[in-house]
Design a protein around this ligand. Structure first.
Ligand code: SAH
Length: 268
C-alpha cells in the first residue's frame, strides 16, 4: 500500500458503476470519484478499463469469481481509514457488487462510514441505445444466471414477464456451460408472443468487439449468445425498422383523447 496519507476518520466507500466500457459513458461524478480516491478495488477487466485514465489511485484487481472478497476488501479498507472505490461495470447495484458491500457493512453495523453509490449506465440502457428505442414502454430485466438464484424462480419471472407483455431485457443469457436456460426462456416467451416478435442482441456494447444484431423470437435460438451479450425481447407493439427496434410510447387507439394527461406524462 503506497499511500499512507489517510487518517482513520477519513475513510469512505464509493460504489461506482463505470458504465458499459466506453470512457464517454462513465459519468462525470464517477470520474470525479476515481480521480480523488486512494484505492480502487475491482475485477481485472474493469480495472484495466479505468486505470489508464485514472492513474492516481492504487489498484487492487482480482478475478471475476472473487466478488465477495472484493466487496469485503473494499469495506475493510474504508473502515480502516482509506478512501476506496469499489467499481463494477454498468451500474454497480444492478446484478453487481453494491449489494454485497452494503450487506457486509450491515453485518458490521458500520452505518457511520461515509458511503456514496454512484449510478452507472447499465447494460440494458447501453444495449437499448445501440438498438434504437426498444424500451419505450414498460420493461423488466431478468438475469438467466441460476448460479445464485434457483431456476424455478427465474422461470416464474420469465413466465410473468412474458404473460404481462413487458419488453424483457435478459442479462447473463448464456455461458459456455449454461445454454439450456436461454432455450427454455425462448420457449416460455413463445407461449405468449408471436414467433416474429422482434429481438435485439448486443454483445460487448461500447467495448472492443461490439456487435449489434436484430432477429426474431424463434430465430434467437440460432444466434451466438455469451456472457457478454444482452438480449432485448420486444413486446406486442415492438417493431423492427432496418437495424433498429422501436417500441412505441403509445398505442394507436390512445391518441388525442386526453392531451392534458399526455402533456403531464411527457418528461422529455
Ligand atoms: N452491473 C452490470 C451487469 C452485471 S451482470 C450492469 O449494470 O450492466 C453481467 C451481464 O451484463 C452480462 O452477462 C451481459 O448480459 C450484461 N453486460 C454487461 N456489460 C455489457 C456490455 N458492455 N455489452 C453487452 N452486455 C453487457
Amino acid at each position: 500500500m503506497g499511500n499512507t496519507r489517510a487518517e482513520p476518520q477519513h475513510g469512505a466507500l464509493f460504489l461506482v458503476g463505470i458504465g458499459p466500457g466506453d470512457p464517454g459513458l462513465l459519468t462525470f461524478r464517477a470520474a470525479e470519484v476515481l480521480s480523488a480516491v486512494e484505492v480502487v478495488v475491482g475485477y481485472d477487466l474493469y480495472v484495466e478499463l479505468v486505470r489508464p485514465r485514472f492513474p492516481g489511485p492504487e489498484y487492487l484487481a482480482s478475478p471475476i469469481t472473487q466478488e465477495v472478497e472484493r466487496a469485503r476488501t473494499a469495506v475493510t479498507l474504508a473502515i480502516g481509514g482509506r478512501q476506496v472505490a469499489l467499481i463494477g461495470s454498468g451500474d454497480a447495484g444492478v446484478y453487481g457488487l453494491a449489494g454485497l458491500a452494503l450487506e457486509h457493512l450491515e453485518r458490521l453495523d458500520a452505518a457511520h462510514l461515509p458511503l456514496e453509490v454512484v449510478p452507472g449506465v447499465t447494460a440494458a440502457l447501453a444495449a437499448a441505445a445501440l438498438l434504437g428505442a426498444p424500451l419505450g414502454h414498460d420493461f423488466c430485466t431478468i438475469s438467466l444466471s441460476d448460479l445464485l438464484t434457483p431456476w424455478t424462480t427465474i422461470r416464474r419471472r420469465l413466465e410473468a414477464a412474458a404473460a404481462a407483455d413487458f419488453v424483457t431485457v435478459l442479462y447473463n443469457p448464456a455461458s459456455r456451460r449454461r445454454t439450456v436456460q436461454l432455450r427454455e426462456a425462448i420457449a416460455l416467451f413463445l407461449v405468449h408472443r408471436p414467433p416474429e416478435t422482434p429481438v435485439g442482441l448486443v454483445s460487448n456494447g461500447y467495448r472492443d468487439g461490439q456487435a449489434v444484431r436484430t432477429t426474431t423470437l424463434t430465430a434467437l435460438a440460432e444466434e451466438h449468445v455469451d456472457m457478454l451479450t444482452t438480449i432485448i425481447i420486444g413486446n406486442a407493439a415492438t417493431r423492427r425498422w432496418g437495424a433498429r427496434l422501436i417500441t412505441p410510447r403509445g398505442y394507436p387507439n390512445k391518441g388525442r383523447e386526453n392531451e392534458q394527461d399526455r402533456a403531464e406524462q411527457e418528461t422529455s
